[in-house]
Design a binder for this molecule. Structure first.
Ligand code: PHE
Length: 487
C-alpha cells in the first residue's frame, strides 16, 4: 500500500518533498513509507535523498508545566487576590521543587511580595512559559530556545523522493521460481525473473554449533592422521598414580605428586590392579636403577603408586599404550607406531586468565628403532608447520621422563615475541626398558595445550571466555571455521 501510494503520487508529481508530511497526508505510518522507499530505491524505481530534522521534545518536567502551568503561575494563583497568605501555609500547597522555582520566578517577575506573609503585586499574569511549552509540544519549533540538555533534542530522519531510472507507475512483480505450471502454460516466455543476489547472506542456521575447541581438535586430528598417526583411547579421566607418574620414572617425592598440584580421588581411592611383574621392574628402576641408570635411591612405596587421581597429563595414556606395545613386541615382534591423543587433563591450579583446573592436551609420540633428537626436531617442525607455525626454536628443559627434553617456542607475529607452544623429549630408558622394549627402540614425544593455539587463533585473551560456565553461547554460534592445516 505504501509502495503504491509513492508510485502513484510520482506519476503526477515531480517530487515527494518530505516523506514525513507525505506519510501524514496518506495516513500511513512513516516507518512503512520509509521501508517502501528503501525497497523501491533498491530496484531504481525511485531516487531518494536523506532529510534530517532536529526537533525539540519536552522532558517530563516540561510536560508537567505544559499541562499544569509554570511553577511561578501556579504559585501566583495560590496567593489570594486580596489580602495575603502566610508563607508556611503557601508552602504546604506545593511540592518543594515547584515551590522553590515558583517563589524565585514570581519574585523576580515582581508578581508577588515575599515575606512571612505573601501577597499579590499585580492583578493578572500571563503564562508565557506554558504557551512556549505547548508550542514545542505541537512541533512548532521555537528556534530561539536554547536548551543545554541533549535529551530535549530529537533527530528525525526522512527522505525526499523523485522518480528513478527504472520508474514505472506499477511495480513489476518478478518471479522467483520457475514452476511446472509456468512451463506447461508457456508463461515462462513472458515472466521476468528476479536476479540472483550472490551477495545476500543466507539465514543463520538454527542448528548445533561446534565449540572452537572442538573445531581446533578436529583440525589437529586431521593433521595427525595425514601424518600417519593413530589415535590413543583416552576415555579415562581417572588414572592411577602408577601410570600417571611411576611408569614415567617420576619419583614419588616429586612435588607434582602433591595434593597441591594433583586432584586425588576419595572413592575409590586406590586402583584395583596393576601388572605385577612390570610394577616390580618399575620399583627396581626407581630404587636402584638398572639399564645403565643409578635410579633415585629411595624406598619406593606401592601405596603411593596405587593412589587414584585425575590424570594430570595424557602422557599417562602414552605410558599405558607403550607398555601394551612392548607386550605385543614380546609376542609378535616389534612394529613401529605413531600415536596421538587430544583430551582433557586436570591440575589443582589457581584459576586465572590463562589457567584453568582442567584443560586439554595434545600429545604425539613416535616409537621406532634408532630415533634421534634430530628426528624429533624434524617431526615437530613438520607438525607445527601444518598448524601454521614455521618459525620454531627449542630450549633445553627438564621432564622426569624425557632426556633430552626441549621446550618449543614459536615467534608470534601478532604479539611480536617468542611464545612457548609445547614441551617435548625422548622418553628415558628408565621408562622404556622396564616395559620390555628392545634396547634400540626409541620414543620421541611432545605435548601442548589445545587451549593456547585456539585462543591465539580465535583472538580470545581470557581462557574463561573459551571454556567453562562463563562462555557466551554467541561465541560458539559465531566462531568461524578453523582453517588450520587446510592450506
Ligand atoms: N606431559 C608433558 C606436559 O604435561 C608434555 C610432554 C609430553 C613432554 C611428551 C614430553 C613428552 O607438559
Amino acid at each position: 500500500m505504501a509502495e503504491q501510494a509513492i508510485l502513484s503520487y510520482l506519476e503526477t508529481h515531480e517530487e515527494i518533498a518530505d516523506s514525513g508530511n507525505f506519510a501524514a497526508e496518506c495516513g500511513i505510518d512513516h516507518a512503512e513509507i520509509v521501508n517502501a522507499i528503501k525497497s523501491l530505491h533498491g530496484f531504481l524505481y525511485v531516487e531518494s535523498q536523506d532529510i534530517k530534522k532536529e526537533t525539540w521534545v519536552l522532558t517530563d518536567e516540561g510536560k508537567r508545566y505544559a499541562a499544569e502551568g509554570s511553577p511561578e503561575v501556579q504559585l501566583f494563583l495560590a496567593v489570594p487576590a486580596e489580602g495575603s497568605i502566610a508563607k508556611d501555609e503557601l508552602q504546604k500547597k506545593f511540592d518543594p521543587a515547584i515551590f522553590k522555582i515558583g517563589c524565585s520566578q514570581a519574585g523576580k517577575n515582581k508578581w508577588v511580595e515575599m515575606g512571612r506573609q505573601v501577597s499579590r503585586k499585580v492583578v493578572q499574569v500571563e503564562d508565557k512559559v506554558k504557551d512556549l511549552l505547548l508550542k514545542i509540544q505541537k512541533g512548532q519549533v521555537c528556534s530561539f530556545i536554547t536548551c543545554s540538555a541533549d535529551k530535549c533534542l530529537k533527530t528525525w530522519k526522512g527522505y525526499s523522493v523523485r522518480k528513478g531510472p527504472s520508474y514505472a507507475p506499477q511495480r513489476e512483480k518478478f518471479a522467483t521460481d520457475l514452476t511446472r505450471e509456468n512451463l506447461q502454460s508457456g508463461d515462462w516466455k513472458k515472466l521476468k525473473f528476479k536476479e540472483y543476489n550472490f551477495n545476500a547472506k543466507g539465514p543463520p542456521s538454527e542448528c548445533g554449533h561446534l565449540h572452537p575447541l572442538n573445531k581446533m581438535k578436529d583440525c589437529i586430528k586431521r593433521i595427525f592422521r595425514m601424518m600417519g598417526f593413530e589415535e590413543m583411547p583416552t576415555n579415562r579421566y581417572v588414572e592411577s598414580s602408577f601410570w600417571n607418574f611411576d611408569a614415567l620414572f617420576q619419583p614419588q617425592q616429586h612435588p607434582a605428586r602433591d595434593s597441591h598440584d594433583t586432584f586425588f580421588l576419595k572413592t575409590p581411592s586406590t586402583t584395583m590392579q596393576l601388572p605385577e611383574d612390570y610394577v616390580e621392574r618399575v620399583k627396581q628402576v626407581h630404587e636402584s636403577g638398572g639399564y645403565g641408570s643409578r635410579g633415585y635411591n629411595y624406598e619406593w612405596k606401592r601405596e603411593e603408586a596405587n593412589k587414584n587421581l585425575l590424570r594430570t597429563h595424557t602422557t599417562a595414556i602414552s605410558s599405558r599404550m607403550l607398555y601394551k606395545l612392548a607386550q605385543d613386541t614380546k609376542q609378535n615382534g616389534f612394529t613401529p607406531k605413531k600415536y596421538f591423543s587430544i583430551d582433557r587433563v586436570f591440575r589443582n591450579e589457581a584459576v586465572d586468565r590463562t589457567h584453568l583446573a582442567e584443560f586439554h592436551q595434545i600429545e604425539g609420540l613416535i616409537c621406532d628403532r634408532g630415533l634421534t633428537l634430530g628426528h624429533l626436531i624434524g617431526v615437530l617442525e613438520d607438525f607445527f608447520k601444518r598448524l601454521g607455525m614455521s618459525n620454531l626454536r627449542f630450549k633445553p628443559a627438564y621432564n622426569p621422563y624425557t632426556e633430552p627434553s626441549m621446550e618449543i617456542f614459536s615467534y608470534h607475529e601478532g604479539f611480536g615475541k617468542w611464545v612457548e607452544i609445547g614441551n617435548s623429549g625422548m622418553f628415558r630408558p628408565e621408562m622404556l626398558q622396564p616395559m620390555g622394549f628392545p634396547e634400540d627402540v626409541r620414543v620421541i614425544a611432545w605435548g601442548l595445550s589445545l587451549e593456547r593455539p585456539t585462543m591465539i587463533l580465535y583472538g580470545i585473551d581470557n581462557i574463561r571466555d573459551l571454556f567453562g560456565h562463563r562462555v557466551d553461547l554467541d561465541l560458539i554460534k559465531k566462531s568461524p571455521l578453523c582453517l588450520i592445516g587446510i592450506k
